[in-house]
Design a protein around this ligand. Structure first.
Ligand SMILES: [Ca+2]
Ligand SMILES: [Ca+2]
Length: 203
């Protein structure tokens, strides 16, 4: 009987270690995927109005696990770029490591990711889509060199006023669960960016 209890405890310990970092933060997406675009893709990415983007896996420059997302891009005035992962995207295989509905969102205060900067002065938007389909934005600048953890507090996101999906609730509330995040290099720069280790930060 003692043995069984021990085994059960060991299993619980293993399971909790498997999906939760030691400090209580939660890994949402480590980009440990075979990177591909298109309808069957693992990353939903694209560009328009003259801008261009290509996304691949990087095994040399990475922050956690075996791979980071590598983004080669040229963002011109009037153009747009998006690189998205999550649930309900056009591409079919873009799900995070954990389902949005399985997350206790009230236990977390922020979403974070690692960006490999080159001091390119690129303006990058980090957008999330909430449960009502509304798009919220956190803006950052690549003004550093090497990996940096970017912490985006939920109460510092602002609702996008330049564009919203037609079916968005547009209630001005960040409704949980969040279902999608996307990186968007904004017009005016070109270069290479790396992203890795998207986590939720425990309150
Ligand atoms: Ca990784
Ligand atoms: Ca909303």
């Amino acid at each position: 009987m003692k043995k069984l209890w021990f085994l059960a405890a060991a299993v619980v310990l293993l399971m909790s270690n498997g999906c939760t970092a030691a400090d209580g933060d939660l890994m949402l997406d480590d980009f440990e995927i075979a990177v591909a675009g298109g309808p069957e893709g693992t990353v939903d990415f694209g560009a328009g109005n003259g801008s261009a983007v290509q996304v691949s896996g990087s095994s040399d420059i990475k922050n956690s696990g075996n791979q980071a997302l590598k983004v080669d891009y040229e963002a011109i005035d009037g153009g747009y770029i998006y690189i998205a992962r999550g649930f309900g995207l056009d591409a079919k295989n873009t799900n995070w490591d954990i389902k949005p509905s399985d997350i206790k969102w009230e236990e977390y205060s922020a979403i974070s990711f690692y960006l490999y900067g080159t001091d390119s002065k690129a303006n990058i938007a980090f957008d999330v889509k909430d449960a009502g389909g509304e798009i919220w934005r956190f803006a950052i600048v690549d003004d550093f060199v090497g990996w940096k953890k970017v912490v985006c507090a939920f109460d510092q996101f602002i609702v996008r006023d330049d564009w919203q999906p037609q079916d968005a609730d547009q209630n001005g509330m960040l409704d949980y669960p969040i279902k999608i995040f996307q990186f968007e290099p904004l017009p005016g720069t070109k270069g290479t960016l790396y992203f890795d280790t998207v986590e939720l930060i425990k309150k």
